[in-house]
Design a protein around this ligand. Structure first.
Ligand SMILES: Cc1cc2nc3c(=O)[nH]c(=O)nc-3n(C[C@H](O)[C@H](O)[C@H](O)COP(=O)(O)OP(=O)(O)OC[C@H]3O[C@@H](n4cnc5c(N)ncnc54)[C@H](O)[C@@H]3O)c2cc1C
Length: 396
């Protein structure tokens, strides 16, 4: 599979660089992006659009059709608009502006208008299939002529003067101006860079399924106070929703199939939940996983290698900001890398801009987890979500 995906159009990218930037010297002209999730894809697109030669390596042999539903907030949509992929993503997904909070029996608690974190002209929230978003990003990467190598890993690196010597699993050793590690919460690059933090258990697990929805299930629904920590759904198209149950971090060894276990967890809920539960059969695509989190407190870079996205900050998905923070990282980093100036200063400035937002998201998400796991009378999940999203509506 090595190097088998797209023709190498590096010279075309270089010409773009000259034509868009004139005679201006660019600090960075070649970047290796490690990882083809949301972070790596957005970084590759934004860098290529700024005239940088980009090679993207992805460990997986294929990067289509990944995962489940996802709830993304307006600030992610804003990034998608900035890199020219919003329309096809919105066509596939479902935008909306409210979240309905209910008690487990279906009694209404509150209808909250979600802050439009991407600006007044974008929906507050969108539900979509992860694979639909990924496919649009991949199509853009192909269109821009980014060189993609699937089934390829970064195995070693060293900063040598103003360049990074990168050793790849396809046997190549290459030099780049910068390496962007977007290799996710299990990032090997983070460890190789000597960052001491590692992913932590949150104390919760999540069951997820994609099922049909009724017309009334047109905004996100959250159910509190039942046997599970929380049950929720997000509409992802006119017909479908992405449903989830937040529960204990260990899957019980109770002899039930996955479908039977998820149905069991949804028993005892009212409102829209019986409609979700009754559709879950042995053929439903669903999965369980413990939820983890991570926050790298110190610098995210060493020399010219920088880690971004879930590789340095990953939050439990309780305010659905993970993808948005990843996308914001990627776009802002592309902006900084294509400015003129001292690299150490540019990377430090980038981190200083990003840190307050990602810390806010991680801390708020952990607070929400704590209230689910150990309820207290002063718990105010709606207030925390509202305040966090209002703060994130300020420019990144
Ligand atoms: C259960 C769950 C539900 C979530 N729900 C939401 C939600 O509703 N809304 C939301 O906004 N966020 C949600 N998130 C968070 C969101 O999914 C993540 O923040 C985001 O997808 C992380 O993107 P990433 O590109 O940084 O990492 P990843 O998506 O993990 O991508 C990393 C990529 O790097 C590749 N890779 C790893 N190592 C190497 C290597 N050495 N060389 C080459 N490639 C490598 C991997 O194969 C992978 O493709 C959820 C997370 C979880 C776990």
């Amino acid at each position: 599979m090595h190097g088998s995906t797209v023709p190498d159009l590096r010279s075309k990218n270089s010409q773009n660089s000259l034509s868009s930037g004139g005679a201006k010297r660019m600090t960075v002209s070649s970047v290796l992006v490690v990882g083809g999730g949301i972070t790596g894809c957005v970084a590759a697109i934004a860098l290529a659009q700024r005239g940088t030669e980009v090679v993207l390596v992805e460990r997986s042999p294929q990067w289509f059709g990944v995962g489940h539903g996802i709830t993304v907030q307006g600030n992610a949509l804003k990034v998608f608009r900035d890199i020219g992929v919003l329309d096809p993503i919105l066509e596939k997904g479902r935008g909306f502006d409210q979240v309905r909070m209910r008690l487990a029996d279906g009694t209404d608690l509150a209808n909250i208008d979600v802050a439009r974190t991407g600006g007044a002209d974008l929906p507050a929230t969108m539900g979509a299939l992860r694979s639909d978003i990924q496919n649009v990003l991949v199509a853009k990467i192909r269109e821009l002529g980014v060189e993609v190598r699937l089934a390829t890993e970064l195995v070693g690196f060293e900063t040598v003067d103003d360049r990074v010597r990168a050793e790849l699993s396809d046997g190549r050793t290459e030099f780049y101006d910068v390496v962007v590690a977007a290799d996710g919460i299990k990032s090997a690059t983070r460890r190789q860079l000597g960052m001491p933090e590692d992913k932590q258990p949150s104390g919760m697990g999540i069951w997820r399924a994609v099922v049909g929805r009724t017309p009334e299930m047109s905004v996100s629904g959250l159910y509190y106070g039942g046997p599970a920590y929380k049950v929720g759904f997000t509409p992802i198209s006119d017909e479908l929703c992405y449903a989830y149950v937040l529960t204990e971090p260990e899957r019980p060894d109770n002899g039930l199939s996955d479908a039977a276990e998820m149905r069991r967890l949804l028993d005892g809920y009212g409102g829209d939940v019986p409609h979700i539960r009754d559709q879950i059969t042995e053929d439903t695509f669903l999965n369980f996983q413990p939820i983890e989190w991570l926050l790298v407190k110190g610098s995210w870079h060493r020399g010219r290698v920088i880690a971004i996205g879930d590789a340095v900050h990953a939050c439990p998905p309780l305010i659905a900001q993970g993808a948005a923070q990843c996308a914001e990282d990627a776009l802002l980093l592309a902006d900084h890398l294509t400015r003129e100036g001292d690299m150490e200063k540019l990377l430090t400035e980038f981190e200083e801009r990003r840190r307050p937002r990602v810390e806010l998201v991680v801390q708020a998400s952990l607070q929400l987890v704590e209230w689910e796991v150990s309820p207290t009378p002063d718990a105010d999940p709606g207030g925390v979500m509202e305040r966090s999203l209002k703060a994130l509506a300020e420019p990144a």
